[in-house]
Design a protein around this ligand. Structure first.
Ligand SMILES: Cc1ncc(COP(=O)(O)O)c(C=O)c1O
Length: 431
């Protein structure tokens, strides 16, 4: 933190907002201390950490959350995009209850897995065959392993800021716990860098790309960049993998549907299990067929819960009733309208904020040449929006859910404008 920051108007406003957060959320704080005794830092999911301590949530209903201190607020975070259904959907609850009543852990195949696979294959024409696993991380790791096996090559092209799970994370210089593949990390949306990497790129097994950097700040790929990725991988005999774990919600058949670009393999996750733990990867028949266990030399792919009937059944109900093409298009449009309105608000008030994203997924950024100030601007807004009853991620992520409607987005915009007016002098100075 720069020396002048704590004494600046921004520093004082931030400290006061953080102090109010601490004062009003003693139970969340106590829960973190309790958790520290049994989990490192009281945490079992790094992305949930934010200082001074994260919220402990007691319950959720519709698009609202209630924390253990009794505060209720609108959930604009939507479980980092996985919570597209909102909370406690009666339809999903019924699907899970019915599946449970028929018995779980059935020790063999069931019809539910066929039903969900059929629905997903129908949505994503690029997925001629697919396999289920339990998370987006696992699905990405399996897709990369398949690409290496079918090409007999080792190098995997990924992008700076890309996030494909806890073992494939390329923000801020990568991660010490990444899977030990031969990663080639390139700048995102940089066609020249891509072309240079593929010159003589006979070592490249796969290119893994998010059609929009999600955890990397909601930066959409340009169409030209994804087209270049498609062309170069095809020419080099490498496998193009679209990680659509977040962007699959952008249309019935995901971003690839919206863009008309067909990858060799697609990875999905988050919400296609109807809110339960889920991941899947699929693609060209000739590639995926390598997992056919009846064939000699088949690749193994195991997982006790890959076909668990609760996830499969909730996924079927979600596909049939909630994740319809019309619902996803409407959610996309709602997100575009909300992001545009928020962006116009920041511009109208000449405020040091901007917002990036696509459809219902977006990220608010503080704007300052000093990274500490940019972060403090973002956290100040986040703390005060929470006080006003609107929750989004400390890192600025917003992911709208299906039950979140006009009333909530209008309320958010009004609260954001009140914030901008309340801090007008300080923000004008920062801008
Ligand atoms: C684009 C993307 N890929 C993969 C993952 C990993 O999915 P999971 O958390 O289910 O392992 C995420 C999770 O946020 C993601 O956003």
């Amino acid at each position: 933190m720069t020396a002048s920051l704590p004494n600046s108007a921004l520093g004082r406003a931030f400290s006061a907002a953080q102090a109010r957060y601490e004062d009003t959320r003693a139970t969340s704080h106590a829960r973190l201390e309790q958790a520290r005794a049994v989990m490192p830092g009281g945490n079992t999911r790094s992305s949930l950490w934010s200082g001074p301590f994260p919220l402990c949530i007691a319950s959720g209903e519709g698009c609202r959350l209630t924390d253990v201190d009794g505060h209720s607020f609108v959930d604009f975070l939507g479980e980092f995009t996985a919570g597209i259904f909102g909370h406690s959907s009666p339809l999903l609850a019924q699907a899970v209850a019915e599946a449970h009543a028929k018995g779980i852990s059935l020790s063999s195949h069931s019809e539910a897995e066929i039903g969900l696979a059929e629905r997903l294959v129908a949505r994503f024409p690029s997925m001629e065959l697919l396999r289920f696993c339990n998370s987006g991380t696992e699905a990405n790791l399996m897709a990369v392993a398949l690409a290496k096996a079918v090409t007999g090559r080792g190098r995997i092209v990924v992008f700076d800021g890309g996030y494909h799970g806890g073992l494939m994370s390329f923000g801020g210089g990568g991660s010490p716990v990444n899977a030990p593949h031969d990663w080639l990390v390139l700048p995102y949306n940089d066609i020249s860098a891509l072309e240079a990497a593929f010159e003589g790129g006979t070592e490249i097994a796969a290119l893994v790309v998010e059609p929009m950097l999600g955890a990397g700040g909601c930066i959409p790929a340009t169409r030209a960049f994804l087209e270049a990725a498609r062309r170069l991988t095809a020419e080099a005999g490498a496998v193009l993998i679209f990680d659509e774990v977040q962007t699959a919600r952008m249309a019935l058949g995901g971003m690839q549907d919206r863009l008309g670009i067909t990858p060799d393999l697609t990875v999905i996750g988050k919400f296609f299990g109807g809110g339960l733990a889920f991941g899947a990867f699929g693609g060209r028949r000739d590639l995926m067929a390598r997992f056919d266990p009846a064939q000699p030399g088949a690749l193994p792919h195991a997982g006790t819960f890959n076909n668990n009937t609760l996830t499969m059944s909730a996924g079927i109900a979600a596909c049939d009733h909630l994740l319809t093409g019309e619902a996803l298009e409407a959610l996309f449009d709602r997100g575009e309208a909300f992001r545009t309105a928020l962006s116009e608000l920041f511009t109208r008030h000449a405020a040091p904020y901007r917002i990036s994203g696509l459809g219902s997924i977006m990220n608010i950024h503080g704007v300052s040449p000093q990274p500490e100030r940019a972060e403090m601007l973002r956290r100040l807004l986040q703390f005060e929006m929470l006080e006003a009853g609107y929750y989004f991620a400390a890192r600025g992520l917003i992911a709208l859910s299906l039950p979140l409607g006009q009333e909530e987005t209008q309320g958010f915009l009004a609260a954001a404008e009140a914030f901008l007016l309340r801090h007008r002098d300080m923000l004008t100075e920062e801008a």
